[in-house]
Design a protein around this ligand. Structure first.
Ligand code: CAA
Length: 240
């Protein structure tokens, strides 16, 4: 029986590329999504990958959603915490809700998903958790105190949980993408994005598949000695 992987935010953008890459490795993939039912249906129709709707910021929904995936497909051995949102704005204009939603979903989602799946991985003595952080969690970004704090938190969460999983064969790693050609980055005002791209040594935005290939490696058997690491995939924008 092939291993079962859950990719949060797995029907669009970087998550979609990750779902496809893990499926290509022979894993059975469940793609979680929060809201866009139409896109999720199109994704399942096109790929045959099952999509499951729940909000990763909702603790109970994660417990229930992961239990449902396990009942349908088998025990969950791999989790990619990819789901994330932005609510950009300078601090003076940022509401508490903008702060809280980003923390609840981007960082809280990692905790909720780990609570739902890490104990089983530990019991079965094999697991892979990959958390999608960000260059902006490493370097900070004007107008993103919420997102940078949540993503920076993800990097700390990764290193802490990696220590708990190591002796049970459960690896926990992070990827820190730079600016990738997705809807999220397309929402950055054009004149701001132009300046950001000008600072990327490789001279272009990244592709979702370039993140997915890194995730695929970290989820492979071969990566058993890699844990607590952060792989930066950012075109050289921030060398950390
Ligand atoms: N550094 C210093 N000053 C800056 C600045 C920067 N990077 N960016 C803007 N400013 C200054 C402006 O020059 C301006 O100054 P003046 O008032 O003196 O002219 C002032 O800040 C206000 O700038 P804006 O007019 O841009 O302010 P705004 O409120 O309209 O917008 C913003 C602010 C929403 C943060 C907008 O600048 C923005 O969207 N920035 C991009 C943020 C970003 O990179 N988000 C990434 C999203 S993708 C992602 O997060 C994925 C990932 O992991 C990489």
């Amino acid at each position: 029986m092939s291993r079962v992987a859950i990719v949060t935010g797995g029907t669009r953008g970087i998550g979609e590329a990750i779902s496809l890459a893990l499926r290509e490795m022979g894993y059975t993939v469940a793609a979680n999504y929060a809201g866009n039912v139409e896109k999720a249906k199109a994704f399942t129709d096109a790929t045959g990958i099952a999509a499951y709707k729940w909000d990763v910021g909702d603790h109970q929904a994660c417990l229930d959603g992961c239990a449902q995936v396990a009942a349908d497909l088998g025990p969950v051995d791999i989790v990619v915490n990819n789901a994330g949102i932005t609510r950009d704005g300078v601090l003076a204009k940022m509401s508490f809700d903008d702060w809280n939603e980003v923390m609840r979903i981007n960082l809280g989602g990692c905790f909720n998903m780990a609570k739902a799946t890490f104990p089983g991985m530990r019991e079965r003595r094999w697991g892979r958790i990959v958390n999608i952080g960000s260059i902006n969690g490493q370097a900070g970004q004007y107008g993103q105190v919420n997102y940078a704090a949540a993503k920076s938190g993800i990097h700390g969460f990764t290193k802490a949980l990696a220590q708990e999983g190591a002796k049970y064969g459960v690896t926990v790693n992070a990827i820190a993408p730079g600016y990738i050609d997705t809807d999220m980055v397309a929402a950055v005002p054009a004149q701001v994005l132009e300046k950001i791209v000008a600072r990327i040594p490789v001279g272009r935005l990244g592709k979702a598949q370039e993140i997915a290939r890194g995730v695929a490696f970290l989820c492979s058997e071969d990566a058993g000695f890699v844990t607590g690491s952060t792989l930066s995939i950012n075109g050289g924008q921030h060398m950390y």
